[in-house]
Design a protein around this ligand. Structure first.
Ligand code: KG4
Ligand code: ZN
Length: 347
């Protein structure tokens, strides 16, 4: 089936995402977020996320079917993120997908969230940056509140290699934590982006994690943001101890520059080392203006073709899950067993 009609369910974090695709054609991408409910805790609370998914799932599925103009009976398959992510949140989505598959007699596909982020790009016929269709192999840099991963994608269905990932905080998580240090609300990424616009990115030279020669041996494609976060905390403490105002704009701009620099340095090193002149960005942190701007400049300098999907496909969504399942079906993959459960630590 080359153009399977698939409904995809994504509940790995705080977004209840329902997408419907026909092959690489996007028919619906509906998202209900519980972000507001987490804001007062300064981060995603797993229990709240799971409960919010339970409440949002049915209306969101109904809305997606309405937008796509299809009925459950028309579907060729039901797909879901089985991991990685928050265990309780994943369980809600996996349970719902299985129930839907059993009730409608449709095949059930459990897919990997990170590979799903790459699958989103197949629906990306009008990229924010780049042109034409996704070409493989590509290096993919996925940056969100939950992950910071560098992948080598030779084939979406059969050959995705994890080159490296964060060994502590995810990039988005670092934005959220530093925003909190600066007294900015959650989610911190957009706040830092805004504050940084008035700051000097060269004001403070913050550390670039895992870029020292000795670290590069073992962690060439891995990331670390906890040292950077600590350096920001020290800087803020020093200003407070000296009775000076915290230079929020300069700290935000210098911090953002450090994160963007490390992300792109490592991604472009992978492109160069592996001889793959293509880079795909995904994940919520792609909303960062400096990241996009620097990626455009540095990829042009390096002769690397850059692709950035529209932001609605970068952040967590169900369409990317449906898209990946449609590829699996086109490649003749059998459905997943209904015995497959949520796996929060899926590699
Ligand atoms: O992909 P996403 O919507 O959800 C997951 O975390 O899976 O990403 C949300 C993350 C949050 O950590 C948020 O602070 C960050 O993306 N983010 C940003 C920006 N907008 C959102 N980080 C930096 N700059 C931004 N403009
Ligand atoms: Zn994600």
């Amino acid at each position: 089936l080359q153009r399977a009609l698939v409904l995809g369910i994504e509940t790995s974090c705080d977004e209840t995402g329902i997408g419907i695709v026909r092959g690489t054609e996007l028919l619906a991408n509906v998202i209900a977020s519980s972000m507001d409910e987490h804001a007062r805790y300064g981060g995603v609370v797993p229990e709240i996320a799971a409960r919010a998914h339970l409440e949002a799932l049915t209306p969101t599925i109904e809305e997606a079917l309405r937008v796509a103009g299809v009925r459950l009976a028309d579907l060729d398959a039901v797909a879901v993120t089985s991991g990685p992510g928050l265990a309780g949140a994943l369980m809600v989505g996996v349970g719902a997908a299985k129930a839907l598959a059993v009730a409608t007699g449709k095949p059930f596909y459990a897919v990997n969230h990170l590979v799903g982020h790459v699958g989103a790009d197949l629906l990306n016929h009008e990229p924010l940056v780049g042109e034409g269709e996704l070409e493989l192999p590509t290096i993919a840099l996925l940056v969100s509140g939950g992950h910071t991963s560098l992948l080598l994608v030779r084939d979406l269905v059969s050959d995705v290699e994890l080159l490296g990932e964060t060994i502590d905080d995810a990039a988005g998580e670092a934005f959220d934590k530093v925003a909190r240090l600066l007294g900015l609300p959650y989610p911190g990424g957009p706040e830092i982006d805004r504050a940084a616009a008035a700051g000097d990115p060269t004001a403070i030279r913050f550390p670039r994690g895992l870029t020292a020669p000795k670290d590069l041996e073992r962690h060439r494609y891995d990331f670390s943001f906890s040292g950077l976060k600590t350096a920001v905390a020290r800087h803020v403490e020093a200003a407070v101890a000296a009775g000076e105002p915290v230079p929020v704009a300069d700290v935000a701009a210098s911090f953002r520059e450090a994160v963007v620099d490390v992300l792109l340095t490592k991604a472009l090193a992978a492109c160069r080392d592996l001889g793959v002149p293509r880079l795909l960005l995904g994940g919520g942190v792609v909303a960062n203006r400096r990241l996009r701007e620097a990626a455009v400049e540095r990829c042009a300098d390096a002769g690397v073709a850059l692709r950035i999907p529209p932001l609605s496909l970068c952040t967590d969504n169900g369409a990317m899950i449906a898209s990946l399942a449609a590829q699996l079906i086109a490649a003749g993959h059998p459905p997943s067993s209904l015995g497959v459960g949520a796996d929060s630590t899926l590699p």
